[in-house]
Design a protein around this ligand. Structure first.
Ligand SMILES: [Zn+2]
Length: 411
């Protein structure tokens, strides 16, 4: 994943989390996915048709809510002469805050980090977030290789989609020797051919995965028998690819079936990947804290200073960080200043340090978002850390949700 997209991805992941818990009273939450090549006028026409059909809905309340949602969509569509580069995603519906009558219209309109594939209109008691989830998963690539002495298949896995990149056969002869050769010579020929085949697989794997190495989250290797282990342990792969091997699986098959087996068998490993990565980063941070010349820093103020100096290698932000960053502007003299407001902290009147006028809030942003933007400007890698691990909880509770692993220590 490139750094340029980490903010975008953070925002979509956050939205996704918010959306998955939302429920309407009836089947009245509307989700629309618009691919980039779709005409907005066609979508608008479709919405008007849906609006017409919604008059058949039996429940008066549901009918009213569906109609208001569709009307919001029709209005919003007017802002787009055509879909943005990657298409458009809209979630609109009345969400209850408590008992009946507490529903409020909620509207989410945004451009996803990867193109929308299929035009979808969906009306249900929940928002239809599966395509969005797949779009996010699509950004994460795994490499898959299955092999034995006879053949090898190389594939990529993005979300649930498997793409076969290459299929190779070895031509290594079977166990039975042809007439006329000595057994020893025959064995040597086989060994050599097997070695050559592994070399060939290695170069194809490098060719397939090296261009993806920034987004490549891991490599899975499988196959029947011991050949796969020879392949992993031998010097057949570029070290950057070899370092990314996260699972070695015994399979019954090679080929497409083998690829499938490896993926199925790796489900737990893949699920643990994010958690493992988070744990590893947090351990690095914590170790840095207790060692004398450790490269760890935490707290909003310190991290800001380090970020501005380009000294932060990896910025760690807790997914629980709930503070807001406010930018104030003085209408009288143009003076600006920024302040962080913790969750539940009341916003107080701020006076200009120049002319003592009351300042107004010019911009309000989540601190997490603002820090990610800062990090992107200075090429700092960002990791949003969940609170699913003990270390992640520590980041949230003990370190204020903001920490960093430094490139060097700022004196
Ligand atoms: Zn002023």
């Amino acid at each position: 994943m490139t750094d340029a997209s980490s903010k975008e991805l953070y925002e979509v992941k956050k939205t996704l989390k918010e959306l998955e818990n939302k429920k309407g009273r009836g089947t009245e939450l509307v989700s629309v996915y618009i691919p980039p090549e779709k005409q907005i006028s066609d979508v608008a026409k479709h919405m008007r048709d849906e609006l017409g059909q919604s008059s058949n809905i039996k429940s008066k309340q549901t009918k009213k809510n569906v109609q208001s949602a569709i009307e919001v969509i029709i209005q919003r569509l007017k802002l787009f002469p055509k879909p943005p580069e990657k298409g458009l995603v809209m979630f609109v519906g009345m969400i209850p805050r408590g008992g009946p009558g507490t529903e409020k219209m909620e509207t989410y309109v945004f451009q996803p980090p990867e193109p929308v594939q299929t035009y979808t209109y969906h009306c249900d008691s929940q928002f239809y977030i599966e395509p969005l989830r797949q779009i996010i998963e699509y950004k994460e690539v795994y490499g898959v290789v299955v092999l034995d002495r006879k053949e090898s298949t190389i594939a990529t896995l993005r979300g649930k989609r498997v793409d076969i990149v290459k299929h190779l056969t070895s031509g290594v002869p079977g166990k039975h020797k042809a007439g006329g050769q000595s057994q020893r010579r025959f064995d040597r020929v086989i060994e050599l051919a097997a070695h050559e085949f592994l070399k060939r697989i290695g170069s194809y794997v490098d060719e397939a995965f090296l261009p993806l190495k920034d987004e490549l989250k891991g490599v899975l290797v499988g196959g029947p028998g011991h050949t796969k282990n020879d392949f992993v342990e031998g010097d057949y792969l570029n070290y950057e690819i070899n370092d990314k091997i996260i699972n070695i699986v015994d399979t019954s098959y090679t080929g497409d079936f083998g690829i499938r087996e490896v993926i199925d068998e790796s489900a737990d490993t893949l699920e643990e990947m994010d958690i493992m990565k988070e744990k590893k980063l947090m351990k690095k941070f914590l170790t840095g804290l207790i060692s004398e010349n450790g490269l760890s820093s935490y707290g909003e103020k310190e991290i800001r200073t380090n970020l501005q100096m380009g000294a932060v290698e990896t910025l760690l932000i807790s997914e629980n960080l709930k503070s807001k960053r406010l930018t104030y502007e003085c209408a009288a003299c143009g003076n600006m200043m920024q302040k962080t407001l913790r969750q539940h902290q009341k916003q107080e009147e701020e006076r200009c340090s120049n002319c003592n006028e009351v300042m107004k809030v010019a911009k309000e942003q989540e601190t997490a978002e603002e820090l990610i933007e800062l990090a992107e400007e200075v090429n700092t890698h960002v990791e949003v850390i969940s609170v699913e691990t003990e270390e992640g909880t520590q980041l949230d509770k003990a370190f204020g949700g903001i920490a960093g692993i430094l490139r060097y220590k700022v004196k």
